[in-house]
Design a binder for this molecule. Structure first.
Ligand SMILES: N[C@@H](CCC(=O)N[C@@H](CS)C(=O)NCC(=O)O)C(=O)O
Length: 291
């Protein structure tokens, strides 16, 4: 059973219905659902409202998850709520792709539903629904800022793996839109690793030139804004050498003079156990820029 969800005082009818709400660290962890114009389907979004949101508007930190995830992985396993409550930050964590019976899919875990890669697809059959870049960069913030107790000039973005790629690319593509960016085990060079070559080839077509607009190691070269990047990467991550290769971003940032803090964390793997272990540091990194 769902109920409509809105902040009192917002002008137009709420697009959100409430799927669930749980009290957490003095605030509320919610899952909201809405019809997305960009994606042409219903979307679930995890929204943590800190206690401070009951009496005023708060900054918003967007989280982008990795392959196979829904909004649930982050909401239930990352441990963000305690830190977001301490700093008075709203955390918005959407599902990772369009979903539904009418939405193109692929049997593999790394393409189609659960693997939107935060791009705007140009190729059939994907182009109809796979517009996760437009959704995360434009539509979702518009709805959040109109209908939740959110400040409209204080956004941060972070994510994991495919979502770490998404966070880096969105921050680099949209100077001025985010005040802070960070990532856990990001795919830093999707145009040069198997996960990315497969997804970008499907969603954008065979022309590798077009892929560069979605590759952090290419975008950082001509970035208009030098927003400092924080990255944590486990050195026991099973995807490190094949898919992630953070040294490619280190080299690109050094060449461009872009500020990067890349922390290799000994013994940590690719999982949410790793993410939860360093969540405090990432929220503090964002809070310092968002307050
Ligand atoms: N082959 C793996 C790859 C998927 C994977 O490791 N996904 C990461 C992001 S790239 C994840 O967050 N999985 C969900 C979780 O750990 O809760 C699988 O199918 O589980």
């Amino acid at each position: 059973m769902t109920n409509s969800f809105d902040t009192p005082g917002s002008g137009s009818p709420s697009p959100f219905t409430q799927v669930s709400t749980n009290r957490s660290f003095g605030g509320h962890q919610k899952v909201l659902r809405h019809e997305s114009r960009a994606l042409g389907c219903s979307m679930n979004v995890g929204v943590y409202l800190p206690p401070q949101a009951e009496s005023g508007r708060c900054p918003v930190l967007y989280w982008l998850s990795g392959l196979t995830c829904t909004e649930q992985n982050f909401v239930t396993k990352a441990g963000v709520q305690e830190h977001a409550a301490r700093h008075g930050i709203i955390v918005v964590a959407p599902d990772t792709s369009p979903r539904g019976e009418g939405v193109a899919d692929d049997p593999a875990y790394d393409l189609g539903q659960g693997a939107g890669f935060y791009v705007d697809a140009t190729e059939a059959p994907w182009a109809k629904h796979y517009r996760m870049h437009e959704y995360v960069a434009e539509e979702l913030p518009g709805l959040v800022e109109a209908h939740l107790p959110a400040l409209s000039d204080r956004r941060g973005i972070f994510g994991h793996s495919m979502g770490g790629h998404g966070a880096l690319v969105l921050a680099l593509k949209h100077p001025g839109r985010y005040r802070s960016v960070s990532a856990f085990s990001p795919i830093v060079a999707p145009s040069r690793v198997p996960w990315g070559e497969k997804a970008l080839g499907a969603y954008l077509g065979a022309d590798r030139e077009a892929w560069k607009a979605w590759d952090a190691t290419a975008l950082v070269r001509e970035a208009k804004e030098r927003l400092p990047i924080l990255i944590d990467q486990g050195d026991a991550d099973q995807f490190l050498t094949r898919e992630l290769q953070p040294e490619l971003l280190r080299a690109a940032c050094e060449a461009a003079g872009h500020p990067l803090t890349l922390r290799m964390q000994p013994g940590y793997d690719h999982s949410y156990y790793f993410i939860a272990s360093f969540m405090r540091d990432h929220v503090e990194h964002h809070a310092a820029a968002l307050r």
